[in-house]
Design a protein around this ligand. Structure first.
Ligand SMILES: [Mg+2]
Length: 303
């Protein structure tokens, strides 16, 4: 594994940069905050990812976002200049469907989530209910078991802008049965901040369902290592894998747990100031190397 004598890649000698580039065969990259922010590409990121591919690295886009199917993610990436195939997109919506299919799940899913997960479930032949508004009625506490679908065998929680009290009631009631599975896409607290408005992330919903069901969800997204197990079945070698992310408590934590090398870029959630704090507090794992932005790698290889 590459051990950086120089923490900031910008300060590395050309030889060290070459050592770094030679030290991995597979690149896993987070998307929001590394490649783009919402619908705006981060300058230089596409060139960097396409350069890794030109060097023969395998590329996977690993995102906790559960609102899109893989082909839609691939199109978004392509429109911003990234070479990307649907098979290279490891989104949490896809992971949920792949996981349930893998364990031979045949019942119905109660979904707090959106069409991204719904369509991925449909693609593997798993039925689901729950998408869309479920508004609060004046007599909401009079919900009975007849409001529950007896075929439901799993509750899945992802991002759902229509989240409501009745949805929590239903999720917790399904989960009262011990055999009902409880799966969550991710536990991100918030979306990357682009203004003074805070946008609560999926973790907000997952924690709510965990609280009222008195159960713990199986979380498939980062920082959990399900992606590593998934990729190991395709021959992934963790020691020769680089994880790129913008967030220490998901991306870098994930990389460290999986035994990957880690590169933090400062174009998203974790700032220079945060990094200093993390370095002092030592409560979160630190990345192996840091770059102000991913596109800087091109400039460094040219020098
Ligand atoms: Mg991110």
């Amino acid at each position: 594994m590459f051990k950086s004598a120089v923490y900031n890649l910008e300060e590395a000698s050309p030889d060290k940069i070459q050592d770094f580039l030679n030290s991995f065969d597979t690149v896993l990259t987070d998307c929001d905050g590394v490649l783009w922010i919402n619908n705006n590409s981060i300058p230089g990121s596409a060139d960097a990812i396409n350069y890794f591919r030109k060097l023969g690295k395998k590329i996977f886009y690993v995102t906790n976002n559960s609102t899109k199917i893989r082909s839609d993610f691939a199109v978004k990436a392509q429109q911003m200049g990234f070479i990307a195939e649907p098979e290279e997109i490891l989104s949490t919506a896809y992971l949920v469907a792949h996981y349930l299919k893998g364990i031979g799940f045949t019942k119905k899913v109660y979904l707090i989530g959106s069409n991204g997960i719904g369509d991925e479930l449909k693609a593997v032949g798993i039925r689901h209910i729950g998408i869309g508004p479920d508004p609060v009625k004046p007599d909401f506490k009079s919900m009975t078991t007849s409001d529950l679908d007896p075929e439901v065998g799993a509750v899945v929680v992802g991002f759902d802008e229509h989240v409501s009290y009745p949805k929590f009631m239903k999720a917790a009631s399904y989960l009262a049965k011990e055999e009902c599975l409880f799966i969550a896409t991710n536990t991100d607290e918030r979306f990357p901040k682009s203004s003074s408005i805070i946008i609560p992330g999926t973790g907000t919903l997952v924690r709510a369902v965990e609280t009222c069901s008195e159960r713990k969800a199986l979380v498939l997204g980062k920082p959990n290592d399900y992606v590593r197990k998934f990729l190991e079945s395709f021959g992934l070698n963790p020691a020769r894998t680089l994880m790129i992310g913008d967030r220490c408590n998901t991306d870098i934590e994930f990389g460290v747990r999986c035994g990957f090398q880690t590169l933090l870029v400062l174009t998203g959630v974790t700032s220079v100031k945060d990094l200093e704090r993390i370095r002092t507090e030592r409560k979160q794992p630190l990345p192996d190397v840091v770059l102000p932005k991913l596109g800087d790698i091109i400039k460094l290889t040219a020098s």
